[in-house]
Write a protein that binds this ligand. Structure first.
Ligand code: 4NP
Length: 152
């Protein structure tokens, strides 16, 4: 199966989805077919901002630089431009379902649904501490690894 283009979506596009984008790109950087990978947020509060310092720190601790990413909001075009749109939690997925145009071509799924076959949320770490970000990193790394191997 050819590697799909993927848009990772969370609420603010500063904590979870930038980590997912960075991890997925890191895992596929040496593959011959470099898929288009991006991330976006449901909300517009952080548009233009770099990821949360704690996401940058956790990623850097694992050898991944996400500091040059900038937050953006999901657009209508995203539903045609990407093969897959992966929501970090059920609330993000519900919002995306309401934004999705009728003739959208992207497949919209819960991240954990595709990665693990479960309906788990990637928990929002924004009001948490660094250990919550580490937990999110671990979940995203194992989930992204599972998704990458599906398309190898
Ligand atoms: P994210 O986390 O959705 O993983 O980027 C959040 C970031 C910001 C806010 C909420 C969640 N916020 O309310 O500003």
């Amino acid at each position: 199966m050819p590697a799909p283009s993927i848009l990772f979506v969370c609420l603010g596009n500063i904590c979870r989805s930038p980590l997912a984008e960075g991890i997925y790109r890191h895992l596929t950087i040496r593959t011959s077919e470099k898929p288009v990978i991006a991330s976006a947020g449901i909300g517009n509060w952080h548009v233009g901002n770099p990821p949360d310092k704690r996401s940058i720190k956790i990623a850097a601790a694992h050898g991944i630089d996400i500091s040059r990413q900038r937050a953006r909001q999901v657009t209508q075009e995203d539903f045609y431009a990407f093969d897959l749109i992966l929501a970090m939690d059920g609330s993000n997925l519900a919002r995306l379902e309401t934004l999705k145009p009728e003739n959208a071509t992207a497949s919209l799924q819960l991240f954990a649904g595709l990665a693990f076959g479960t309906n788990q949320d990637v928990p929002d770490p924004y009001y948490g501490d660094l250990s919550d970000f580490e937990e999110v990193y671990t979940m995203l790394f194992s989930g992204c690894s599972a998704v990458v191997s599906k398309f190898e």
